[in-house]
Ligand binder design. Structure first.
Ligand code: DLL
Length: 433
């Protein structure tokens, strides 16, 4: 369902006029209120007046995660603290957390965007939404929650963890939409199975999954195991949280970016050059309606491409393809670049392999060594050693053939790899220790 027909199906020309107007307002606001941006403008000899077209946006330098860290915690806020009603932060697994703030109007904008997202992903006000994204500083739980309420659906704020209890709730309350990270969704199916309960008996129609990369093969696996249609949702705290873009359930082919609030660009991460539609590079966002924490040309580190083709759902907003990885997740193994999601793609093609894996990178002398640990089902694990070895070498051969990288494959027993309640840890890089 398209919740906001006006904005979501607006002819491009009209949409672009609104985007430009909103961009100019944002530029005026950050120039006046955020010393970091004013300094950047001055250093580059530009003033807000120089931004007269969407093309002019390219004259403004990028903002990076380091810039946000340098201004930790509240230095990038564009309003006084008495106008800030909510604070979230990203997990900070790769360093100091980044802190983001919202005014009351921002919270409302976010709820509206999330309501639009949930509607695009198949939800209506009749639905019961089982929200297993973590509540707290992470934007997933509360982001979905407020959107679900705005839509008028019934939300179960179950958060992550307590997995057995979640299965009981699913059985008793009959939720029709599941929201969780894709890795936690799989774990929910696994625990249901252990409890002798089948997702086939539940009432789920759609699952709205995101917050971490997941391959098309992983989607197939989840749809099969959870007996629902799986839709991809994307977002990041620095831009607003979830609700930046989402697939429509009609096409499930690229995520519509809510362009009436966010301007996307794709750049070459090495040179900063802006790339045309269709080319793959790093995704960059400018927010054009946020009050407390606007970002200009923020480098997300996420890798994708943009697709301007009209969609069967009727939305006119540009689509981004599924994220293939992050620039900082890319492994360089003996000179070959490889993303965890590419390895996932190869693994999920294989028989007997379960969707639980981890990549371990070590350095032996001067050489990088990649070990792919992946679980196989009980039955094959108790089979002959020879059969296991055959499967290991077959997987290693496929990884070499498709991705050009040599890996040691280690099949492990069911439940060996730690299960996540939020974002899965796919890579253990011992080179960084
Ligand atoms: O993960 C917001 C979110 C919550 C999105 C719930 C979707 C659902 P952060 O914790 O700031 O925010 O992490 C943002 O997660 O830059 C991507 O690298 C990754 N990410 C988010 N959604 C997807 C997705 C939330 N659908 C970072 N596919 C982003 C791949 C995703 N990666």
């Amino acid at each position: 369902m398209i919740l906001d027909i006006g904005f979501e199906t607006m002819p491009r020309e009209d949409l672009e006029a609104i985007i430009l107007r909103r961009l100019k307002t944002t530029i005026d606001r950050i120039y006046a209120n955020v010393p970091f941006y004013r300094k950047k403008f001055e250093e580059n000899g530009i003033t807000p007046n120089d931004i007269q077209s969407l093309e002019d946006l390219k004259r403004i330098p990028f903002t990076t995660k380091e810039d946000l860290r340098d201004n930790y915690p509240f230095g990038m806020f564009a309003v006084p603290m008495d106008n800030v009603v909510r604070i979230h932060a990203s997990s900070g697994t790769t360093g100091q957390p980044t802190v983001v703030g919202y005014t009351a109007r921002d919270i409302n904008t976010w709820a509206e965007l999330m309501a639009r997202s949930l509607a695009a992903g198949g939800a209506t006000r009749e639905d019961i939404i089982h929200n297993a994204y973590g509540y707290g500083l992470f934007t997933g739980g509360l982001g979905i929650h407020y959107g679900a309420e705005k839509l008028g659906a019934s939300v179960i704020p179950v958060s992550g963890g307590n997995t057995k209890r979640q299965i009981v709730i699913m059985k008793d309350f009959g939720p029709t939409i599941l929201t969780a990270t894709p890795s936690y969704a799989l774990h929910l199916a696994e625990v249901a199975d252990e409890m002798g309960v089948s997702f086939g008996d539940f009432k789920f129609k759609f699952g709205i999954f995101g917050a971490e990369p997941w391959s098309e093969k992983m989607r197939e696996e989840i749809e099969k195991k959870l007996n629902l249609t799986a839709v991809d949702i994307y977002g990041l705290s620095e831009v607003i949280g979830p609700g930046v873009s989402i697939e429509c359930y009609e096409a499930k082919n690229g995520l519509h970016i809510f362009e009436d609030h966010f301007i996307p660009e794709i750049i070459n991460p090495a040179t900063g050059e802006v790339l045309p539609y269709g080319e793959t590079g790093e995704l960059v966002f400018t927010t054009i309606t946020k009050e407390a924490f606007p970002v200009i040309r923020y480098r997300t580190r996420d890798i994708t491409s943009l697709n301007p083709e009209p969609c069967i759902c009727g939305r006119t907003h540009v689509r981004m393809n599924k994220i293939s990885g992050r620039t900082d997740d890319m492994l360089i193994i003996r000179g070959v670049n490889v993303f965890p999601s590419q390895i996932e793609g190869v693994l999920m093609e294989m028989d007997y392999v379960e969707p639980y894996y981890q990549l371990v990178v070590d350095r032996e002398g001067k050489l990088d060594k990649l070990t792919v640990m992946v679980e196989v089902g009980d039955q094959i694990f108790s089979d002959e050693v020879k059969q296991l070895q055959n499967l290991e070498s077959k997987i290693a051969k496929n990884i070499k053939e498709y991705l050009g990288v040599s890996a040691k494959v280690k099949l492990v027993e069911p439940k060996t790899i730690a299960r996540s309640q939020g974002k899965a840890v796919r890579v253990i890089d011992n080179r960084k220790i």
